[in-house]
Design a protein around this ligand. Sequence first.
Ligand code: TA6
Length: 300
Amino acid sequence: MIDIDELEDKFSIEGEVGFAELENDLVFLTVSNKYADVDICLYGAHITSFRPHNSSEIVWMSPDSSFEEGKAIRGGIPVCFPWFGPHKSDADKPQHGFARLMYWEVMETKTLPSGETRVILQLCSSEATKAYWPHDFCAQLTVIVGSTLKVTLKVTNTSNVPFEYTCALHSYFTLSAIENLRIDGLHHTEYYNQLSGENGRQEEEVLEITEPFTRHYLDTEAPVIIEDTVFRKKIRVAKTGSHTTTVWNPWAQTCVTIADIPDDGYETFVCVETVNAFNDVISLAPEEVHETTTMISLAE
Ligand code: TA6
């Protein structure tokens, strides 16, 4: 049971960081500073809102998202760990791992000299995580709220044997309409098309989405620009520590099969995800650390 008063005592910063039950009884950490407002649900360390002061909402949240334990929140920035997609050998284990289905602990809130706010949340191995995955680990999500939203998933192997994991910062972006979307930054990049099972290479300079779409772009560190020609907005998604970029939109036919997205929900979002998976699996020796970072900002 999370005690909001205790969190307030330890971690609130007057006028900048607070705690609230924003959806059902799930506790959110809210940040508001001179750059932006951000909401982070402690269940899943899940960012559900990023509103830079000079812009409208950047991340898409499904109006049908459940906010209840045992289910993933739909939209925002889900943290997928320690596996991305379905579990390799056990279909009963949750898709995209268990990190988005667990409460993360608040470790730090801090005002940086720049006026940005840093928040650190943590999920370490426990009996509950070992029910899904046998390894000892500590995962920290560091969120820096400025004009750029910088999100880092840092994983430490705290066991005495090596392990492997895959992960994603599975960000959803809000659009005026999918037909107004142009994605730049993936030209000449090889990809694995999850829907056809084939590999390909993007020949178009700018990507437009007109059908169900799940491509995992491989060996790429390039920033991606998501342009919405009607909102007249460009969002830059830069990253470090990740060589896979996934672009996902379910389109109409898949959308109707997803309970927590309205049937026409696919029209107003796209996922551009900072991923480690496929030929980019992370191996950690004991005490080794890996950091996966996504940096989301408005582009000119
Ligand atoms: O990252 C793309 C993807 O793995 C798709 O295949 C699609 O299933 C999507 O993520 C959403 O997954 P979720 O488990 O949140 O429904």
